[in-house]
Design a protein around this ligand. Sequence first.
Ligand code: PGA
Length: 254
Amino acid sequence: MRKNIVAGNWKMNLDYNEGLSLFSEVLNMVKDEATGAQEVVVCSPFIHLHSLAQLAKGNGRVSIGAQNAHQAESGAYTGEVSAKQIKSVGATYVILGHSERRQYFGETNQLLAQKTDTALANGLKPIFCIGETLQEREAGQHFNIIKTQLEEGVYHLDADKFAQLVLAYEPVWAIGTGVTATSEQAQEIHAFIRQELAAKYGQQVADDTTILYGGSCNAKNAPELFAQPDIDGGLIGGASLKSRDFTDIVKAFN
Ligand code: PGA
């Protein structure tokens, strides 16, 4: 059966020392309060990855992830970081397809399909993000948009490879806005995604896939969101920058 996961996405926040302090606090709190999500992932800027992975060593519950990786194996791509490099410092996950990458860096479904292949080939588990904009929702396009993001981004994978993925439904209108999808809206899309996965990969794969919700998820709304049958955890932006808030979200599974 699928695992429940709470993943933090620090985005481009925290200098090196601030990141280490926050992570140490999170590690201690998560250890002291051993209930809640089965797995906790912290997706930090590249500069923190190695140190965080060292701090988390031997901790079976807390893993580290990056927020992006290049699609090429290596080469003349000044300023970029490869999946192999990320893996080599001890990270396990990589966020791919976050709406901020799609919007500000022009990442398309086709590019994300390549990034997914390269991440998997190097032993990283993608947290693959999908979700509609407000305009798309208002036009009644949300189901189609999500279906296309899946088809073009990940459906080229065979079932074994697909099983390495975590999906995250993040309605763009809910990210960083303080406007959360209602638990009914989120559950509706999560159930739709699982039904799509069942049609493509079979019921077993669909049942085993962890689907996170992201978008203004906080300690207050997490319990209701996570109580939905098809919501298996959260991808947390703003609230992952405070150890108490983040840990309370981790605990929201009880
Ligand atoms: P938010 O961000 O929790 O600050 O809305 C979520 C995300 O972008 O992953």
